[in-house]
Design a protein. Structure first.
Length: 145
């Protein structure tokens, strides 16, 4: 399990495991319209890993991204916080989450949460969440109402 790994290579091992799971998750994507497979894997504060894939719909607004699928699975299972996340797609370059996914993820992670963005071959780049959404709208922004 991810939370039991320690030592100098632990972070790299965790990253590689999450990326591998994201690459696997994209195989389950339902993408009859775009043909663009996306997979996500996240490590939550309850010690579990959750995966998700994108699921398209003929009513395009009903489509859900892989990232939000994984987040909803984690939160509905009792997780409160995302500790790390990986995203992969069919692309030759690292896959960035869309704006809606960035906002949803921001609700459940710290600004320094590691985010591993991968291409179709599992080659990834590491970012902190704040690198992707430096000024997210947070619950605390509503406290002055």
């Amino acid at each position: 399990m991810l939370n039991n790994e320690t030592g100098p290579g632990a972070d790299m091992a965790k990253a590689e495991r999450l990326v591998s799971l994201a690459v696997e998750a994209k195989e389950n994507a339902y993408v009859p319209y775009s043909g663009f497979h996306v997979g996500a894997a996240l490590y939550a504060d309850n010690g579990k890993v959750y995966t998700g894939c994108n699921v398209e719909n003929a009513s395009f607004g009903a489509t859900i991204c892989a990232e939000r699928t994984a987040v909803v699975k984690a939160i509905s299972d009792g997780a409160k916080k995302i500790l790390a996340m990986a995203i992969s797609s069919d692309s030759n370059s690292p896959t960035m989450p869309c704006g809606i996914c960035r906002q949803v993820i921001s609700e459940f992670c710290s600004p320094d949460m590691p985010l591993y963005l991968s291409n179709s071959r599992g080659e990834y780049k590491a970012y902190s969440f704040e690198d992707l959404l430096p000024h997210s709208f947070k619950q605390s922004d509503m406290e002055d109402i």
